[in-house]
Design a protein. Structure first.
Length: 263
């Protein structure tokens, strides 16, 4: 307990698209369970408030906000609200992400731009707003949620998703090096095959049934089961904590060993 005690964690994408634990709401709650005060931000205020309610029910402190992470003024407003409430930001956690089907020929320009905006521009906007605060503090930890799809294709026709997540990885490396001597660390988590509410919203259409999806996906990682939101959440807590004080610019796979195998 207390691995991020008294730190202020700003979590973009802190809600869930359905019932259960996704990467975002699990991370927000995990930060709180380890002592952080959490600003939970989601496109839907209701989703952010649900996460904040869980934190508060467990004795933690949380502020729920709504923001479209592709809108600079809304990102800035969320950052300013966090500062007004808590006075500082120690952890920036960027979890927002989406995928739209399409290969290199059939993906539309509109879908390409939307995925790039949601997955990559959102990270740029959040970091642009928060980094000056961390520079002034001379401390801070940024955790960006990417995907194993950043370094390999994963069997779905998601060309814009692959490209956007690869961009998140390299952008995070650039931030890590630019601010390494100013007390700021930036790292990326690459989830693999995960059983989260997200897959039932955006991936299930590729299978004949939910059970087929779960069975086939579970067979892919060497560990022969899917991960869960809490696996990503606890990795994020580690990277944001002082336990990782000499770790920056890394891409941490949370994937049951899938990054080690071909195909």
């Amino acid at each position: 307990m207390g691995r991020v005690q008294d730190k202020i964690a700003l979590v973009f994408g802190a809600g869930s698209v359905g019932r259960g634990w996704g990467n975002g709401n699990a991370a927000a709650v995990a930060y709180a369970r380890e002592g952080a005060r959490v600003v939970a931000v989601d496109l839907r205020l209701e989703a952010a408030q649900t996460t904040a309610d869980v934190i508060q029910s467990e004795g933690g402190e949380a502020l729920a906000l709504a923001a479209d992470v592709t809108a600079p003024e809304q990102v800035q407003a969320a950052v300013e609200a966090a500062l007004q409430r808590f006075g500082r930001i120690d952890i920036l956690h960027n979890n927002v992400g989406m995928n739209l089907s399409g290969g290199a020929i059939d993906a539309s320009l509109e879908s390409w731009r939307k995925v790039m905006d949601v997955n990559m521009t959102s990270v740029f906007l959040a970091c642009k707003a928060v980094l000056p605060i961390m520079v002034a503090q001379r401390s801070g930890a940024i955790v960006n949620i990417s995907s194993l799809a950043a370094i390999r294709t994963i069997g779905y026709p998601y060309v814009s998703y692959y490209a956007s997540k690869a961009a998140v990885n390299h952008y995070t490396r650039a931030v890590a090096i630019e601010f390494a001597d100013r007390g700021i660390r930036a790292n990326t988590i690459m989830p693999g095959i995960m059983d989260t509410p997200h897959i039932y919203q955006q991936i299930s259409g590729y299978y004949n049934s939910i059970e087929e999806m779960k069975t086939k996906r579970a067979a892919i990682p060497p560990m022969k089961h899917q991960g869960e939101g809490w696996d990503v959440a606890w990795a994020a807590v580690f990277l944001a904590s002082d336990e990782a004080k000499f770790i920056t610019g890394v891409e941490l796979p949370v994937d049951g060993g899938q990054h080690c195998v071909a195909g």
